[in-house]
Write a protein that binds this ligand. Structure first.
Ligand SMILES: Nc1ncnc2c1ncn2[C@@H]1O[C@H](COP(=O)(O)OP(=O)(O)OP(=O)(O)O)[C@@H](O)[C@H]1O
Ligand SMILES: [Mg+2]
Length: 279
């Protein structure tokens, strides 16, 4: 999935980010450095509360680092931009617009393409995510999985240089989640953009990723970067391959080290990570 125009590289250079509470200041990211390569799907995984959403917010330009730099193609991020779009866990579809009008909203607002071109792209994308028969429905008339797919179409129609996905499939049932991952991969494998996908699910992380960044506990930094050298286009069968199981065991081991450290530090294990490990 090499990017032909080689844009959309994200570099975290020694980033520190703290949040102030009423009495104290809590350091979330501490000397955190990593690279999200252009044209690749990088998945970021880490313990709950380690700062994954903070990282998405920093790339999106909703927050700025206290120290260090967040660079996109060498230029510091200073504000949000249509080139960097986020799909969150919570639905952000406009409830008063139909599925089709939600997807048309971005291109009509930015005028990056004609109405006719936007229309053709919207139909194509909605069909690709299996919503061809639901274009005139309002978000409330769609299931959770359908809403997630409409959001994918709504973001991708804008052809962002960088797609930021913050646990977009969290809360969906297992079957819907698997289906979403396959729809998503099909779109990514055609889009050639840079994707940064945050998850706390190990299986999802390895199934999707070209590169996997594993975070430490808070104050967090990138602990390891793994190359996920599973073949593309990626199909569900890969989940039964020897290489997939090796990568999963490797990731579990690294996350387990963090869970043990958290347990020692706080006297109780990080429940989310432990639950993942027991799977
Ligand atoms: N506005 C805020 N005020 C105070 N603390 C905050 C605020 N936003 C985030 N935090 C703290 O920052 C830390 C990192 O939050 P963040 O949401 O980035 O983590 P996360 O890894 O995305 O968590 P989760 O796995 O729950 O999604 C959390 O431990 C939280 O306590
Ligand atoms: Mg989060």
């Amino acid at each position: 999935m090499a990017d032909s125009n080689n844009r959309g590289e994200v570099v975290f250079e020694d980033v520190t980010r703290a949040v102030k509470t009423r009495k104290t200041e809590e350091i979330i990211l501490h000397h955190c450095s990593f690279v999200v390569e252009s044209g690749k799907l990088t998945v970021l995984i880490g313990p709950s509360g380690c700062g994954k959403t903070t990282i998405i917010n920093l790339v999106a330009g909703y927050e700025t680092p206290d120290r260090g730099k967040v660079l996109i193609d060498g230029i510091p991020v200073t504000r949000p931009d249509w080139e960097r779009l986020v799909v969150f866990q919570e639905t952000a579809l406009f409830p008063w617009l139909t599925c089709y009008d939600n997807v048309m909203f971005g291109p009509l607002a930015t005028k990056v393409m004609t109405r006719q071109e936007a229309h053709e792209q919207a139909i194509k994308l909605l069909e690709k995510v299996g919503l061809g028969d639901f274009m005139e429905k309002y978000p409330i008339q769609l299931s959770g999985g359908m809403q997630r797919r409409a959001e994918l179409a709504r973001a991708l129609i804008n052809r962002p240089t960088i797609m930021l996905m913050d646990e977009p499939f969290r809360g969906l049932d297992a079957m819907t989640r698997e289906l979403m991952q396959e729809y998503y991969l099909r779109l990514v494998e055609e889009s050639h953009g840079t994707h940064l996908f945050v998850t706390s699910e190990i299986e999802e992380a390895i199934f999707l990723a070209d590169k996997l960044i594993i975070m430490t506990n808070k104050p967090s930094r990138a602990k390891r970067v793994l190359d996920i050298d599973l073949p593309r286009p990626r199909k569900a069968e890969v989940l039964r391959s020897k290489r997939y199981l090796e990568l999963k065991a490797n990731t579990l081991e690294i996350l387990h080290e963090e869970a043990v450290k958290a347990s020692r530090a706080s006297g109780k294990a990080d429940i989310n990570i432990e639950a993942s490990i027991r799977k």
